[in-house]
Ligand binder design. Structure first.
Ligand SMILES: [Zn+2]
Length: 447
């Protein structure tokens, strides 16, 4: 395989960002990137942070040419459960046309496509036709704290000034059907605690006399949705735009995205969507309120007849453009205060939050990227939005004032975050070709 040496050296360094014993390895991955980019003539810098380094690199400046900022993360997820791997996660191996290693797809393989694409353009044409800035962080899998602080500094904002942001850290529909993603959901997380008696009570002596905190919590949670599976929190849908006709048409083309296929994939008897929307439409573009965990009372073996002191629900909302996560958390709190009966006490805690994000897929840079995908894969991309959230990219896009486009190469069977993570050799090679087309086509866009 072409470029195997570069890719395998990169994949061999175990930069697991969440585990302290790998801190020196994260530093080594950053050093590897700096050395590689300097060898291509980039001005590369390793920025030390409180946790893991950030790497930036700039191609020789061309006055008047557009600047593309390519973001990725060099850190990887832990490898557990290690016994389920068929080969050492940090000794990359090719079997049956796939490269197996932690990070093979997410996100080292994708980063490498971007670096090697630029390398091949330099080799073929003598130089890049536009300005390329790389921004690689080592904390994406643990929350991007250092990068979030970094991009708030004026120096970083000057350094990262660009015309368009490109990210390859998302999915791709099928090996011959590229995905062009132009939206991310926002997120907010919160916790609701309902307290009743000051001690667990005998359910015979006190049953029927005091409110049961678990029952009350369940009633309050049940009040957040109506029979159409719409969220009943007042003002929840304020500012939410309707899905455009072209979006509906495009999403219907996404392989495996019909309601029947989603039901089969998830193992449910049938989907339960918001009335009037398909499962895919809900996942891409409708805001949701979910219960993530619930606890309270006796959960051990056998039975124990008590009225518990309290019950807790962990909840989150996935949000769409037009919704402010802090505002939504306040609206949800107001809803719970309104429905909370006087027989219990309520505590509500706001946790972390991130904005949703939407770019214009039909911008000149968006069209250039889609053309690059079509030239590489033989089919035009499906235009999709991500159900997931990458808060750092939304933040970066807001701060830098530029769109971010997502050209993901993670196939559904790439097993990212799981044992036996892989990337097909074919996708790795096409990823490099896609980047070459992209750089050459974006060079022709007037900034
Ligand atoms: Zn990733």
């Amino acid at each position: 395989m072409k470029h195997q040496d570069d890719l395998f050296r990169f994949l061999s360094i175990p930069g697991v960002s969440a585990q302290a014993e790998h801190a020196a390895d994260c530093e080594r991955v950053a050093d590897f990137l700096v050395d590689k980019l300097r060898s291509l003539g980039f001005r590369a810098t390793k920025h030390l942070t409180d946790i893991h380094p950030i790497v930036t690199a700039h191609s020789p400046h061309i006055e008047g040419a557009p600047t593309v900022l390519i973001y990725g993360h060099y850190d990887v997820m832990p490898v557990d459960p290690i016994a389920e791997w068929h080969s050492d996660p940090f000794c990359p191996e090719i079997r049956d046309g796939r490269i197996y290693a932690r990070g093979a797809s997410d996100d080292k393989g994708e980063i490498m496509c971007h670096i090697l694409g630029a390398q091949e353009v330099i080799e073929e044409d003598g130089a890049l036709p536009l300005n390329v800035t790389y921004l690689f962080e080592g904390e994406e899998e643990r929350g991007s704290a250092s990068l979030s602080a970094f991009i708030k500094t004026p120096e970083a904002q000057r350094e990262l000034a660009c015309d368009i942001i490109v990210v390859s850290d998302t999915g791709m529909a099928a090996p011959d059907i590229p995905s062009f993603s132009y939206g991310l959901k926002g997120l907010c997380c919160f916790e609701l605690k309902i307290s009743g008696p000051s001690m667990d009570l005998h359910s015979g002596i006190f049953g029927g006399a005091v409110a049961n905190p678990i029952t009350t919590l369940c009633e309050m949670i049940a009040s957040t949705h109506d029979a159409d599976n719409r969220v009943t929190v007042e003002g929840f849908y304020e500012g939410v735009s309707e899905i455009a006709d072209w979006e509906r048409a495009s999403w219907a083309r996404v392989p495996g995205a019909s309601d029947a296929e989603l039901a089969a994939l998830t193992g449910v008897p049938e989907l339960r969507t918001e009335r009037g929307y398909t499962g895919t439409e809900c996942a891409y573009a409708r805001p949701t309120l979910e219960l993530n965990g619930i606890s309270g009372g006796y959960e051990g073996e056998g039975s124990k007849t008590v009225i518990p002191t309290h019950a807790i629900a962990k909840m989150s909302c996935r949000l769409v453009p037009g919704q402010n996560p802090i505002d939504i958390m306040k609206k949800v709190e107001a809803h719970f205060r309104r429905v909370c009966p006087p027989s219990v006490r309520m505590e509500y805690t706001m946790q972390h939050a991130g904005d949703a994000y939407l770019a214009d897929p039909h911008s000149p840079f968006g069209k250039a990227a889609q053309k690059a995908q079509e030239l590489t894969f033989g089919n035009p991309p499906v235009l999709v939005r991500e159900g997931g959230s990458i808060p750092i990219v939304a933040e970066m896009s807001h701060i830098l004032g530029k769109d971010a486009l997502f050209l993901g190469l993670d196939l559904p069977d790439a097993r990212i975050h799981s044992p036996n993570e892989n990337m097909r050799v074919e996708i790795f090679e096409k990823g490099i070709t896609m980047v070459k087309h992209m750089l050459r086509l974006m060079a022709q866009v007037k900034p």
